[in-house]
Write a protein that binds this ligand. Structure first.
Ligand code: SF4
Length: 493
């Protein structure tokens, strides 16, 4: 999972992208990068590195990123590891001069890499599947026989990607001297929104456009930067903004809509709106839906919680509405050290375990002797939740229950979330009782699938990690997982 943002039409494009990246930081913390293009001087500028946005950029670097078009990326590695060669944006000189960022994952990356090498004599240098997309894009644009690049040429190149690339992906491409391109995978698995704003008279003169446009993984960045949200890109839709501000759009290849449900549960920030659903509202609904499942357990005496405790940060909103509906006090007694990275995002079980110990401290005086109902967004590998349950018990809790706003995750994700190996999933081939035993919890309550769908308020979702029904062919998935692990191991050697 990553955060992407692209801006065109303002002389402060890279500065806006930088601010947008700060707001998308929760989507990945491995690396950050910005590419800018100056239409007047016909030059690209770039800066990228490993680390968080505020570590990678300073005022001096930002001032160098001149231009009226810019792309930015904050990375969470799913393919490849955390090496500088994998850091986005990626660029290629021919044709035109292309810069590219993406959020997502190609299930058939390794097959594509092989094919590009064998059939097109194109070498992929990085372990980043984006480089395959960039090469497909470049090859598609080269096929054009037109003198001037047209929108038809662009859609021709994107259709080549749609034909070849299997997975979930949202992509932004800067085309030197031409404009900014955005497209979303044919199932709309990964998110992408766009918006526009009128420029001030002074800015109009400076940039030569009357409007600026912004594409982003989430609407929070648009709101902050003063862009009016137009809408989410449709699955399989291509939008191109030319350097003069002309807007071209076309739905090229729309399959079944399958937006990732995990965005609502975990990844998106609550102030964002995705597919017209406000994430904060969805999480409030999730708390209510969980309450409906928990009420009968309390009525029958199976669980008797004294307090409801959110596992910070994501589950807070749901825990509040759960507490309101059940009439049980809400207490924030797990105190987060805000300077530690989100543990789910760290790549090995050892580093995740250490991170849990560092990042949460229990308020023992409020926990001692009580029956605690923990609320978490999801239990994926179970490493984090198990440690938290242990920590709450060590602080003197009488009983510990855990409720999650996500149904059991029993299947791998091949579309951009880092849980591709089923054996790593705590719910894999286990009943809820077995999971509770594994977690050393007195009871585990999972959100039902119906409750989840009701809370999100839409059905055209990807639910594959819950149901095992994949919207996009994953036959290349097993070899993908093995190869990915091999790449990561080799990088560590
Ligand atoms: S498999 Fe799960 S995490 Fe992956 S895209 Fe689908 S819903 Fe999202």
């Amino acid at each position: 999972m990553c955060g992407i943002i692209g801006v065109i039409g303002t002389s402060y494009a890279a500065q806006e992208v930088y601010q947008g990246l700060l707001l998308l930081q929760h989507r990945g913390q491995d690396s950050a990068g910005i590419l800018s293009y100056d239409f007047h001087r016909k030059t690209y500028h770039q800066h990228k590195d490993l680390g968080q946005v505020s570590q990678v950029f300073d005022l001096k670097t930002l001032e160098r990123l001149e231009g009226q078009m810019s792309l930015g990326h904050t990375r969470y590695s799913t393919v490849g590891g955390s090496q500088i060669k994998d850091v986005q944006p990626l660029v290629v000189g021919y044709p035109f001069g292309l810069g590219i960022v993406h959020n997502g994952n190609l299930v058939n990356f390794y097959q594509l890499r092989e094919k590009l090498s064998q059939q097109s004599k194109r070498h992929i240098f990085s372990n980043n599947d984006l480089e395959a997309l960039l090469n497909l894009m470049a090859a598609g644009l080269i096929e054009s026989k037109n003198e001037a690049l047209s929108f038809d040429d662009i859609t021709h190149a994107v259709s080549k990607i749609y034909d070849a690339a299997l997975g979930g992906y949202s992509v932004l491409v800067s085309i030197a001297d031409h404009g900014l391109l955005a497209f979303r995978d044919p199932n709309g698995i990964r998110p992408l929104v766009w918006g526009e704003k009128e420029l001030s008279e002074a800015e109009k003169k400076q940039s030569g456009s009357s409007k600026a446009y912004c594409f982003s993984s989430e609407s929070n960045a648009l709101n902050f930067l003063g862009y009016k949200l137009n809408r989410d890109l449709k699955p399989g839709e291509v939008v191109f903004i030319s350097k003069t501000g002309q807007v071209f759009q076309k739905v090229l290849n729309q399959q079944t809509t399958a937006n990732c449900m995990f965005e609502y549960i975990y990844f998106a920030t609550p102030e964002s709106t995705m597919e017209t659903k406000n994430v904060y509202q969805v999480r409030l609904q999730m708390g209510q839906a969980l309450a409906e499942q928990i009420e009968p357990l309390i009525a029958s005496g199976e669980i008797t919680p004294d307090v409801i405790v959110p596992v910070p940060e994501t589950s807070r909103v749901s825990a509040i509405s759960l507490s309101e509906k059940l009439g049980i006090p809400y207490r924030e007694v797990l105190i987060k050290n805000r300077y530690i990275q989100r543990s789910f995002i760290l790549n090995t079980p050892e580093s995740r375990k250490r991170a849990v110990q560092l990042k949460l401290t229990p308020v023992a005086s409020e926990i001692k002797g009580k029956k605690i109902l923990l609320v978490d967004d999801s239990i994926v590998r179970g490493t984090t939740s198990k440690r938290i349950i242990e920590m709450v018990r060590d602080a003197g809790a009488k009983e510990v229950y855990i409720a999650t706003t996500c149904p059991p995750i029993r299947h791998p994700c091949f579309y951009g979330i880092d849980f591709p190996n089923p054996e790593e999933l705590v719910a894999y081939k286990k009943t809820e009782e077995e999971i509770a035993a594994n977690q050393k919890a007195d009871r585990v309550v999972y959100m039902s699938l119906d409750g989840l769908l009701k809370s999100i308020g839409k059905k055209d979702l990807c639910l594959a990690c819950i149901t095992g029904k994949y919207p996009v062919d994953i036959s290349a998935g097993e070899s993908f997982s093995k190869k990915r692990e091999k790449d990561r191991t080799e990088e560590k050697l």
